[in-house]
Write a protein that binds this ligand. Structure first.
Ligand code: ADE
Length: 237
């Protein structure tokens, strides 16, 4: 039963619409000296926490390192029943994706860790982490598409990234998902991925321009999806 759910979100823009919607409040310095920021409140009798990665050098911390420490700090200090990694992603026209589509992740892998050696090394580097067992049912109940989250440290996509993504069935390209999945796997914490599409990796467009242009629309769709997910999880209690 979900009494205590915790979002881990990289960019403030991705979380702001639902922080506002639920009126949850910042708990200052909760994770000090880490830059992560906590927003907390109650929704339908359920504790709702949102952990932002925080900032360094004047911008929101994206990427695996920040996501890992935020997830670890969140688990150790809040001990939630469920981690929800919510954010934006790139996706593929070839898989039928469109801008501001919201997906539920069904697995999470890394696509930019090229480690030679035997199967054990390559298995470890690709990760291929599991998701919360209720993810599929939730996607079915609420009518979301599902896909495999594929994570790397760059916004662009090099040909070797695409090869790894294609060989391993990656669909939702982000910069945090598998890092969150890695930490959750170490703690045995279930993780739900909610990803909204800002750009299409095979559209031929310049990624950062496409991402920036669609960020607001994708974050609005993410907020609407998360509202429905929170309602759904609280109704199951
Ligand atoms: N977040 C949003 N779009 C992305 C992309 N194309 N690659 C990685 N992270 C993203």
């Amino acid at each position: 039963m979900m009494n205590n759910i915790c979002y881990v979100v990289a960019m403030r823009a991705e979380a702001e619409p639902f922080i506002k919607k639920y009126g949850i409040k910042e708990v200052e310095d909760f994770f000090a000296p880490l830059p992560c920021q906590l927003y907390e409140g109650m929704v339908n009798g359920m504790k709702l926490s949102v952990v932002l990665n925080g900032q360094q050098h004047g911008s929101d911390l994206v990427g695996c390192e920040a996501a890992s420490i935020a997830t670890m700090a969140a688990i150790q200090k809040l001990n939630p029943d469920l981690i929800i990694n919510s954010g934006t992603c790139g996706a593929f026209l070839a898989n039928g994706a469109g801008i501001a589509d919201v997906y539920i992740g069904n697995r999470a892998m890394f696509h930019d860790r090229r480690v030679p050696g035997d199967d054990a090394w390559s298995t470890q580097s690709i990760g291929n982490y599991p998701v919360w067992e209720g993810s599929k049912q939730l996607a079915e109940d609420l009518g979301f598409k599902t896909g495999k989250v594929t994570t790397g440290s760059s916004l662009d996509m090099q040909p070797c990234d695409l090869k790894m993504i294609q060989e391993n069935g990656g669909e939702l390209k982000d910069m945090e998902g598998a890092a969150v999945g890695f930490v959750c796997s170490l703690f045995g914490k279930p993780v739900l991925y909610v990803k909204s599409v800002t750009d299409l990796c095979d559209s031929g467009a310049e990624t950062f321009e496409e991402f920036s242009r669609n960020l607001g629309k994708a974050c609005e769709a993410l907020k609407n999806a998360n509202e429905r997910i929170i309602e759904h999880l609280s109704a199951q209690r």
